[in-house]
Ligand binder design. Structure first.
Ligand code: GDP
Length: 139
């Protein structure tokens, strides 16, 4: 059963470039309600924990270094069919393959510095949201 929530974070490249506001505007205009939002920075260890599923991939160390290199903006979002609709809104991992008018097509620099994260399943959306937000911070 699909749930109506997903998790996202605006990644360091997009925050650094001043694109947070434009990205949040696209998210809200696509019909997502912001349930929780903050600005924070991951330590390399926390980035490693968040991306533990990728620990065997050749780009894992680079990914952890990049994801802890600057501020991020994590959010929990709500919309019917949230996980799938949000993956459509952000576009393919590699911006070269992303559809026109997706967030990654507009704002990503590379397959690594790709502007935004979006959970790939309802289960991961819940785990990832809990990684950043306490239940009491969600409304
Ligand atoms: P996503 O679900 O679209 O974010 O993609 P993945 O779960 O496969 O990868 C997680 C993140 O790792 C991506 O969003 C990129 O930031 C990074 N990444 C994925 N593939 C590569 C790659 O081939 N090289 C590098 N350097 N980074 C990658």
């Amino acid at each position: 059963m699909p749930t109506n929530r997903t998790f996202t974070m605006i990644k360091p490249d997009a925050v650094q470039d001043g694109n947070s506001g434009a990205i949040i505007k696209m998210i809200e205009e696509a019909g997502f309600r912001i349930v929780a939002l903050k600005k924070t920075q991951l330590t390399p260890a926390n980035a490693g924990a968040f991306y533990a599923v990728h620990s065997e991939r050749p780009f894992y160390n680079d990914l952890c270094q990049y994801m802890s290199s600057g501020a991020i903006v994590p959010m929990i979002l709500e919309k019917e069919n949230a996980v799938a609709d949000f993956r459509t809104l952000i576009g393919a991992t590699n911006p070269a393959n992303a559809d026109e008018r997706t967030i990654r097509k507009l704002f990503a620099k590379s397959i690594e510095q790709n502007a935004i994260h979006g959970s790939d399943s309802d289960e991961n959306a819940q785990i990832e949201g809990n990684f950043f937000f306490a239940q009491t911070e969600q409304f």
